[in-house]
Structures are given as structure tokens and as C-alpha cells.
Write a protein that binds this ligand. Structure first.
Ligand SMILES: [Zn+2]
Length: 465
């Protein structure tokens, strides 16, 4: 009798523990993973957007990502330097491997390393890669490509065609051209059953399971910034399209990498107003994923981080001391990149464009004099540099990773920085910390201090087995 009771108790215990472990197992597995990477989004970039949101937009809520229960930090150094480039940083965030700057999806010995996207794909996850950058650039490429140098865009695209991911989206593919001539990439994608579509309209017509979505304008010469209101694929539109596509393909679990690439571009340009608008834009996409989380709270993990800091951005400068005047960015209607294109057009056209016309442009598009204080010394300096760099084309250009800025543009935005209180140490990346925000299944793994290679490792721990 006693033995019988013992046996039944043991059986009941086994059944109960199996049941409980099954509940725990289900509750602790992230079936829907959103990995959001703000390219170049350091602590100051996020904080500038947060401060603007609070002091200028008068929004009492923190940015969505800052409301997540886990808010921590991440180091970004590569195997070759305390200051990483995007290829080594992307490789770290995608594969949990430190590599040398410039290398993509390979360790320092040029051995290919597998990304978590590929691993999750092999576990039955649908995979989506979305960026406002070119889809063969470093961060997206780190999730599907293995090349010793990130400039090998044709090879990156070929590996993208072969990777079998459901959805890859970006502004364009650099690999479509080599030395100015079209490559055979359209055939390579077609051979691998991947349809390359341009624009959301074309995507709607597509019946393919594997899609590369690009913008409808193949090679625009001006970047798409929120502040410039240039029509084009937005990060939100691509993210929504990706989620629809993964659902259409019948996936009951998926992994999405979503990169806000414009933040880095504006960081290289040292363009604070554009950065703030891009971080707010990126945060809107975080909200999109958060709304999905609210529908699937026991199955969803959202991680928000950055690959590195860009620009050495600082909140506060010697002009304003303990003040910030971010409301002046409210008057900025043109990105620094677009403004230098405008200036270059004036220089190249040789047309007579007077200083008074430029004064009107700066008043209308940057709020100078009318809203943004520009003292007499700065006005005199602006007119002097205008005459030198624009009227006589004798200025000294500033070269950055993505753009060459004429001297007048540099002077204009330097005066805007003085007025707002934003400061910079570099036109390149820096070794500064980046934020990590997390919510959902497994989010607690990201508390405390992280190195960038910890992030994908912890995502894999949280994923469904
Ligand atoms: Zn980057």
C-alpha cells in the first residue's frame, strides 16, 4: 500500500514537473525577435532626442526605447581597435565574434563565422533584414555575408542571393554596379529564386517567398533624411512590409534585424538636428515592434542597441555652458548634406547668387537671425566665407566618410551648433558606450554591462530551441 502510494506520488511528480517545465519552456522562449540597431546611436544621440522630445516637443513620456524595463550599456571595441568600424561592429552584433575593422562575417583569421540569423533560420525562424542603408552595407551584410573586406559589395550581394532569407530591404544595392557598369546580379538573384522589387507597389504584386525590397529610385545622389521630407522608403514602411511578408510566408516565429542607418550618416556629417529627427523616427519603429509585443507578450523579445557611436557628440559646449537650446533645431528644415549639395549646385552653376539671397535662405531654412541668434561677428564671418567658398570657389573642403562639405556649409552648421549647445569630437566613429534597451522574453539577460558580442549570445539563449 505504502509502496503503491509512493509510486503514484512519484508518477504524479514526474507528470507535474514535466507540465511545469513545459510551461516554463514555452514562457521563456522568444518566438518573435526584433533586433533594432541604431547605426552610430551613442548615448548622446539618444539623450539629445530624449531632451528635444521633453523640452521642445513637450512630450512628458520618455522615448519608447527608454521606457523598456531593461536599460543598460554596451562596449563596442573591435579586435583591431577601441574605435570600431561598422563591419567589425556588425560582425560582433550578428555573430558574437570580434574581428578586425573592415572585415565582415569573418574572424581575424578570415574564417567565416555564422550569424544568429542563419542559425535561427536553420531552427525554422523566418528571417527579415531591414535597413535605411544600402542592403549590402556592413550592418545588414554581417547577418548573411562573409568577406574579408566590406567593400566587396558584389560578393556580399551574391551571398545575400544565396542566403535564403525571406526578406531583405534597403535603399539600394551597391553591388549592382562595378566601376560604373551594371553587374549580373539581377541574374544571380533570379537563379536563387529571389525577386528584387523596387518600391512597395511592386512588392504588393510579388508572389515570391524570397524578396529583396529596394527603393524605386535606383541611385539617388542625396540621402533620405526625415528632416528633408524626401520621398522614399522609410524604415517604418520597410518594417511593416517585412512583418507582412513573414506572416504571408506562414512563419509562426521570426527574427528581424532593423537598422536605423541615417543616424550614422548624420553623425558623420556632425548634423545634430538631423540626428534628433532620425532617432525619433527610429524610436517610432521601436514603438511599432512594441505594439506587436503587446499582442504577443509571452513570445516576443525586443532588443534595441547600436553598433558604435558616431561623431563624438556632446550635449553642451563652451558657448552655452550649462544651457542647451535644442529648440533652434525646430527651425532647421534642411540637413547638412542637402545644404552642401545646394551650395555645390550654386558653385557649379556659376550663376549669380547674391549674399542677400543666401541670407534669406538661411533665415527660411535654418531660422538664422530671426530665431537662431547669430551675432555680428558670426554674420561677418559667414559673409566672408560665402564670398570665398561660394562666390569664388576657393574654400577648403571637409571630407567625411559619406560626403564632402564645402567650407561655407561647415561654417553655417558650426554656428548652429554654437547656438544649440551641441559639440563634436570627430567626423568618424568613436569608442564611446552605446545604449542597450530590452523588453520581453529573456530581456533580463541584458541587464548589467554588455560587450557587443554578448548581445547575440543572449538572443540565442532566449530564442525558441
Ligand atoms: Zn555603423
Amino acid at each position: 500500500m505504502f509502496n503503491n502510494i509512493m509510486t503514484r506520488s512519484i508518477y504524479l511528480g514526474i507528470i507535474l514537473s514535466a507540465f511545469v517545465s513545459n510551461i516554463n519552456c514555452t514562457a521563456q522562449e522568444a518566438k518573435y525577435i526584433f533586433y533594432l540597431i541604431g547605426d552610430g546611436m551613442g548615448m548622446a544621440h539618444a539623450m539629445a532626442a530624449e531632451a528635444y522630445n521633453r523640452t521642445v516637443a513637450h512630450n512628458d513620456s520618455h522615448l519608447r526605447m527608454m521606457q523598456f524595463p531593461v536599460a543598460s550599456q554596451c562596449t563596442t571595441h573591435s579586435a583591431s581597435s577601441p574605435v570600431t568600424d561598422s563591419a567589425a561592429a556588425g560582425t560582433a552584433l550578428a555573430t558574437a565574434t570580434k574581428t578586425r575593422n573592415g572585415m565582415l562575417g569573418m574572424n581575424p583569421d578570415t574564417i567565416a563565422v555564422t550569424s544568429i540569423a542563419t542559425q535561427l533560420q536553420q531552427s525554422g525562424y523566418g528571417i527579415g533584414i531591414v535597413t535605411t542603408e544600402d542592403a549590402d552595407d556592413a550592418t545588414p551584410g554581417a547577418f548573411y555575408a562573409h568577406v574579408p573586406n566590406r567593400s566587396m559589395t558584389y560578393e556580399i550581394c551574391c551571398q545575400g542571393a544565396e542566403c535564403g532569407f525571406d526578406f531583405i530591404a534597403g535603399r539600394n544595392l551597391r553591388g549592382l554596379k562595378r566601376n560604373g557598369k551594371p553587374t549580373d546580379l539581377p541574374d544571380v538573384f533570379a537563379r536563387n529564386g529571389v525577386e528584387v522589387v523596387r518600391g512597395l507597389g511592386a512588392l504588393k504584386e510579388s508572389k515570391s517567398r524570397k524578396v529583396v525590397l529596394l527603393d524605386s529610385i535606383p541611385f539617388p545622389d542625396v540621402w533620405y533624411y526625415t528632416i528633408d521630407s524626401v520621398p522614399g522608403l522609410t524604415l517604418a514602411a520597410m518594417t511593416g512590409a517585412c512583418m507582412d511578408h513573414l506572416k504571408k510566408n506562414g512563419h509562426d516565429k521570426w527574427f528581424m534585424m532593423i537598422e536605423g542607418g541615417n543616424i550614422d550618416h548624420a553623425g558623420h556629417a556632425n548634423d545634430g538636428g538631423t540626428i534628433i529627427k532620425e532617432v525619433l523616427n527610429f524610436d517610432d519603429v521601436v514603438t511599432m515592434t512594441y505594439n506587436f509585443y503587446l499582442q504577443h507578450p509571452d513570445e516576443t523579445l525586443i532588443i534595441v542597441t547600436a553598433d558604435h557611436e558616431t561623431g563624438g557628440m556632446g550635449l553642451g559646449n563652451n558657448s552655452l555652458g550649462y544651457n542647451l537650446q535644442l529648440q533652434h533645431y525646430d527651425r532647421q528644415k534642411v540637413s547638412k548634406e542637402r545644404f552642401t549639395v545646394y551650395c555645390r549646385e550654386i558653385i557649379n552653376s556659376g550663376r549669380n547668387y547674391s549674399w542677400q539671397q543666401m541670407v534669406q535662405y538661411l533665415t527660411d531654412n535654418l531660422g538664422f537671425w530671426k530665431y537662431v541668434p547669430v551675432n555680428d561677428n558670426d554674420t561677418a564671418e559667414l559673409e566672408r566665407i560665402y564670398d570665398k567658398a561660394i562666390t569664388h570657389n576657393e574654400g577648403t573642403d571637409t571630407h567625411t566618410l559619406y560626403k564632402t562639405f564645402d567650407q561655407f556649409t561647415e561654417t553655417v552648421y558650426h554656428i548652429l551648433d554654437k547656438a544649440t549647445g551641441i559639440n563634436w569630437t570627430s567626423h568618424a566613429h568613436t569608442g564611446g558606450l552605446v545604449p542597450v534597451y530590452a523588453i520581453g522574453v529573456g530581456a533580463e539577460k541584458f541587464t548589467g554591462f554588455n560587450d557587443n558580442i554578448d548581445i547575440p549570445t543572449k538572443i540565442m539563449e532566449a530564442a525558441a530551441k
